[in-house]
Design a protein around this ligand. Structure first.
Ligand SMILES: NC(=O)c1ccc[n+]([C@@H]2O[C@H](COP(=O)([O-])OP(=O)(O)OC[C@H]3O[C@@H](n4cnc5c(N)ncnc54)[C@H](OP(=O)(O)O)[C@@H]3O)[C@@H](O)[C@H]2O)c1
Length: 288
């Protein structure tokens, strides 16, 4: 897998691949965003397949507005599930591998031990349901690798880190929930892990298929995450630990969604950084 099509290339993860492409010369990348290649447009994908050469697809396109999805379920389903049928068709057309990204929000958060790939999904939100439908569709194709991740952030795009930095400059204090536990994941680490997986697979001639979990190491609450951001950016805003019911949102989140990464670490000999170390790396790229 050397010629890779990246869909949704202007999102957080897609942007990290764009950055990494500058130093990873052993791959040829084709970057497409929602304007140049709409993954919900089956004909456009088929046409793209007829005119372009690639042997792998990394799908970074998604509908990620978790709360809006409660009102826009059809739209979320279109991008997160129906479009995956289109991408599977494109992958079949090219006999290409498909790497698809999913989320910890497919779980209901009732466990208190990290979720493994064999744990049963039970999404609590429309976003989670749409992503679960997309996973199932992707896995119908025998050359698919699905990687679930959690709490993704990057120096690029809209995310919790940028929101906290903005609010940290505007407010004297801020309530952030401490009763939801997961792992923040730096999109750059995820993009690097995917390239490492592809490189390792190229040596063996085949890419592992099926479901894998990836996040940074360690565990945090959103409160811990926010606290670490304020501290490193020396923002005076005081973070107060609040409970989920004190900050009601349209979509229900899992109370616990730490992912067990043993499978991906063992299969690919990956050393995954702790979330706090990666957060500092990312924060140092963001100017106030
Ligand atoms: N963000 C998180 O906290 C999180 C957590 C766990 C898993 N994930 C998963 O990780 C993956 C990457 O997420 P991300 O945070 O990088 O997402 P993101 O920043 O929201 O980027 C998604 C990209 O998809 C594009 N897109 C939307 N509809 C499209 C369409 N019809 N055709 C082509 N492109 C389209 C968007 O373009 P426009 O902006 O132009 O619409 C955007 O650039 C997703 O599968 C997501 O579900 C994310």
């Amino acid at each position: 897998m050397k010629n890779i099509l990246i869909t949704g290339a202007n999102g957080q993860l897609g942007s990290e691949f764009q950055e990494l492409s500058k130093t990873h010369n052993n791959f040829t990348f084709q970057f497409c965003d929602s304007q140049t290649l709409d993954v919900t447009n089956k004909d456009a994908l088929s046409e793209y397949g007829k005119t372009h050469k690639f042997d792998g697809i990394i799908n970074c396109a998604a509908y990620t507005a978790v709360d809006k999805a409660e009102d826009e379920y059809e739209k979320a389903l279109m991008v997160n599930a129906t479009a995956i049928e289109n991408l599977v068709a494109l992958a079949r057309q090219k006999n290409a591998y498909l790497i698809h990204i999913s989320t910890d929000f497919v779980f209901d958060g009732k466990k208190n031990k990290p979720y493994t790939e064999s744990d049963k999904p039970a999404p609590l939100s429309k976003y989670g349901l749409s992503k679960r439908a997309g996973e199932e569709t992707a896995l119908e194709y025998e050359r698919t690798l699905v990687i679930r991740t959690s709490w993704l952030y990057s120096a690029f795009g809209k995310n919790f880190v940028h929101t906290m930095i903005r609010l940290g400059q505007e407010k004297e204090s801020l309530g952030v929930v401490y009763d939801q536990t997961g792992t923040p994941t730096y999109a750059r680490d995820m993009a690097m892990a995917i390239l490492k997986i592809i490189e390792a697979s190229s040596d063996k001639g085949t890419l592992a298929t099926g479901m894998y979990h990836f996040s940074n190491e360690g565990v945090a609450s959103w409160y811990d995450f926010a606290h670490a951001i304020m501290k490193h950016k020396k923002l005076k805003c005081k973070i107060k630990a609040i409970e989920t019911h004190e900050y009601p949102l349209p979509a229900t989140r899992p109370a616990y969604s730490v992912l067990n990464k043993n499978k991906i670490k063992k299969t690919y000999n990956l050393a995954i950084p702790h979330w706090h170390d990666s957060l500092i790396e990312c924060l140092d790229k963001i100017d106030l």
